[in-house]
Design a protein around this ligand. Structure first.
Ligand code: SF4
Length: 165
């Protein structure tokens, strides 16, 4: 089951930044946003590769940052095997490093391991890493397929992550 995430205040953290690259993980954050908004995670006939609520979330974030003078681009990971930042290939990490060189900061939308992937990849560039989300717990939900082709998560509960003694 995916991880459930809370938003962090990205706009405040980006104070003093003039350009930022947003790096979204396309699984847990997208499921989180869909669940929070009570929207389908995906509409298969409309888009096989994008979650509409998460796309809107990213656009809203770009617009809020734009109002503060922060120019943004999104580092897209459209292919399924690129969705999970925790399992990116070496090639994908190199590509992020190349793109991050053109920005003051990189904004990660994902969990701690997503932050780690990005921090490692952009370390040589000196770009500041801004954590856009924080882990709230594990998600327990009922996967629901609705005709014609909506994928949703229902009756979602957040299960705390056990701490090691
Ligand atoms: S990097 Fe984190 S947020 Fe992304 S798929 Fe892996 S566990 Fe989920």
């Amino acid at each position: 089951m995916p991880i459930h995430l809370h938003d962090l205040d990205v706009v405040s953290q980006a104070a003093g930044v003039s350009s930022a690259l947003i790096v979204p993980c396309n699984l847990c954050p997208a499921v989180t946003v869909a669940v929070n908004q009570k929207q389908p995670f995906m509409k298969l006939f409309r888009s096989l590769l994008k979650s509409a609520p998460f796309e809107q979330y990213i656009k809203d974030l770009q617009s809020r940052l734009g109002e503060k003078g922060v120019k943004t681009k999104v580092f897209r990971s459209p292919i399924y095997h690129q969705w999970f930042l925790c399992m990116w290939t070496g090639g994908r990490r190199k590509k992020l490093e190349k793109h991050a060189k053109q920005h003051d900061a990189v904004i990660v939308l994902g969990c701690d391991t997503a932050n780690e992937t990005v921090r490692d990849a952009v370390e040589p560039t000196g770009a500041r890493v801004i954590e856009g989300m924080q882990v709230a717990g594990l998600m327990n939900a009922k996967l629901s397929l609705q005709l014609p082709a909506n994928i949703s998560f229902k009756d979602c509960r957040i299960i705390p992550i056990s701490q090691e003694a």
